[in-house]
Design a protein around this ligand. Structure first.
Ligand SMILES: C[S@@+](CC[C@H](N)C(=O)[O-])C[C@H]1O[C@@H](n2cnc3c(N)ncnc32)[C@H](O)[C@@H]1O
Length: 272
């Protein structure tokens, strides 16, 4: 295979066809918003992402697919102004709540999607443009061009390495095919083809999954599985009975989950 002859945007589009449409709808994210937003902006991921950006006090930031403010909330005190954009009203509702509680006044919130006309949506240009775990779009090249155009200094895109946050053991346990997420390397390859020699940093985490009850553990996996058939429900319950162990007054899964993210970034005024 000749690397140059591969159309990496087409490869990306083809891989996207394997992902159930439900997984990237606005409805899906609205439903996930309460659990997703619970601790996101206080996470190791957010801290490490900020240390990669190294933001300056006079800089402006576009946070595309901002969610409930995983990055926007901790960034607010470190930069001049943030424009936080997402198509999920519920995610933005949580972001508004966090901003109000912390008396943050420099986040402008816009409800819009990757696919919208960004001029009409008044998204504007910023020093830094970020898409953290949000490139859930079919035409990646078009999205990258939009993000790149919206940035004067630097662009950051993060996405999964390998299985990302998905636990393939759960899929095996319920006997459902595991569809590997689209690895970050496809983004790097496409960028290379677009003439952008990107830098890559990695954020890893290995954590315990701790729950109050068996039911809470069951609920925590629904985001990954969407709807379960009655048989899958029984198998998931059986898997958890086997793997949940008592620790203090909580329940813990008897193996840790490792998650790795790639932060892909480039500077605008280099040779790109
Ligand atoms: C995994 S969350 C990431 C949130 C946050 N950036 C973070 O890193 O924690 C993905 C976010 O992208 C948003 N999103 C997904 N597809 C989108 C689209 N087509 N247009 C705008 N936002 C989108 C979702 O609503 C969700 O808030």
């Amino acid at each position: 295979m000749n690397f140059e002859s591969v159309d990496w945007n087409k490869v990306w589009k083809d891989k996207r066809k394997n992902i159930p449409k439900k997984r990237y709808s606005n409805k899906y994210w609205n439903k996930r918003a309460p659990s997703f937003s619970a601790h996101a902006h206080k996470s190791k991921y957010a801290r490490e992402f900020l240390s990669i950006i190294k933001p300056c006090a006079n800089e402006t930031v576009l946070d595309m697919g901002c969610g409930s403010g995983t990055l926007a909330i901790p960034l607010a005190s470190k930069v001049k102004k943030i424009t936080a954009v997402d198509f999920s009203e519920n995610m933005l509702h949580h972001l508004r709540d966090y901003a109000r509680k912390d008396n943050i006044k420099n986040i402008k919130i816009i409800k819009a999607s990757w696919e919208d006309d960004w001029e009409n949506a008044k998204i504007g240009t910023h020093d830094i443009a970020v898409a953290s775990r949000s490139v859930a779009i079919d035409d990646l090249k078009k999205a990258i061009n939009k993000l790149d155009k919206a940035a004067k200094k630097r662009v950051y895109i993060s996405t999964v390495v390998g299985d990302g946050p998905h636990d393939r053991k759960i899929f095996e346990a319920i006997r459902r095919e595991f569809i590997t997420p689209i690895d970050y390397i496809y983004v790097v390859n496409l960028l290379y083809q677009m003439g952008i020699n990107a830098n890559v940093n990695y954020i890893s985490d290995k954590y315990d999954r701790i729950y109050d009850s068996h039911e809470a553990a069951m609920n925590s996996f629904y985001w990954m599985l969407n709807e379960l058939t009655p048989d899958e429900e029984i198998r998931l319950s059986g898997f958890l009975k086997k793997h949940l162990i008592r620790k203090d007054s909580k329940w813990v899964i008897d193996y840790k989950k490792e998650v790795k993210w790639a932060v892909i970034w480039w500077e605008k005024d280099s040779d790109n």
